[in-house]
Design a protein around this ligand. Sequence first.
Ligand SMILES: [Zn+2]
Length: 458
Amino acid sequence: MAYEVLARKWRPKTFDDVVGQTHVTTTLRNAIASDRVAHAYLFVGPRGIGKTTLSRIFAKSLNCTNRNGVEPCGECEVCRAITDGHSLDVIEIDGASNNKVDDVHGILDQIQFAPTTCKFKIYIIDEVHMLSQAAFNALLKTLEEPPPYVKFIFATTEGDKVLPTIVSRCQRFDLRRIATPMIVKRLRRICDAEGIDIEDDAIFAIARGAEGGMRDALSSLDQLISFKGNKLTEEDALAVFGLVSRHAMDDLAAAVLKGDMAAILRMVDRFDSAGKDMRRLTVELMDYFRNLLVYMYLGDEKAGGDATEEQLRSFTELAKLTDSNRVLKIAEQLSELEERLRFALSVRTLIEMTLIRCARVATAVSLDEVLRRVTELRGTLSAGQPASKAAVPLPSPVPAVAPVTEKPAAVAPAPQSDAATSGGEQEVNRSNGVAELYNEPVLKHTLEAFNGRVVSAD
Ligand SMILES: [Zn+2]
């Protein structure tokens, strides 16, 4: 028997099998169960996440002669014909290559004939956004009032390009990228069933590389098996897909958060020499800090379902090094980097510079900290020490450019060493409260000085 690729062999056959799209499958199942199926559906979402698969399951479920609840049996003649693409009543059309008005007229001519073997005549039009304006217009009238036995299922990667008049006649569903842990789970199941001996970290690497697409994940797994056989390690997966290992990613994030510039530069050099995909690294690092941020807010709610158990363990350690504000600023820097990489002449240089900037963000003194320190100092002063003897530690004044709160990239190191005395011996009144602190000459001076330093170091 000819080898069947994994993506095809393990294509979901029932609604239950579909991974990560429960918001869609639940609605469709309910519609079938309550016999309230609309006449047109639009599935929107990135490639490889199951739009066509879902369309076929839906078509089978509507037509299956031996349905099990709302799930198609997959065995009857109707189900088999749809699976093989031979059904006369479930017609799959590629919108990209049949996008002219004549193509649509061809479809409309057929629509007037009742289905031959099935209950419903179902048109699945993939990449529907590729239809020409005239083709869309030709379709409109029928879409509004199709014969009772006709159903349309449209799929597209670009929902915004489908005419609003078409969208408004459909029930629209947005399919999501599949969360990495879900892909990991499914890959593990498939590998076990196929007798493939694969390390957990290798599965994780494949899932990361798939960016939320199950089909890509299975194609990558196939490719890896062709390359290495049935025994697969993380090393193999990383080498084939140009990815950086999970541990290296943890180390890089820790170096950024600790402000360890030397470690950052050494790691970037190592990744670059090993031929890692540097653009990919940027995207992954951005996701990494995003997940860390979500973890810092939600904790055990599994970082929005996007982080695996191992990642969560790393996050617990990293969260001790920083606060959410800094992580947010780092994520912002990385997202800007992703934009700029498209036009970069030297990807590596740009990544180095950005990571150093991130590291400085991670170790900068925030306005809150300055406030806290000054408040502490006030406490000491109010405790009875003569104000004239307490020199307020101030950095040397630098011209203020803008308030620090408006600049995302706060990068100055803590100015503990230069506790200058310029204007340090000022009277501090004894009132409490942060608002009043702002009005104190000594604090004003401190903040201005910090602003100048922070901004000018950017
Ligand atoms: Zn069936």
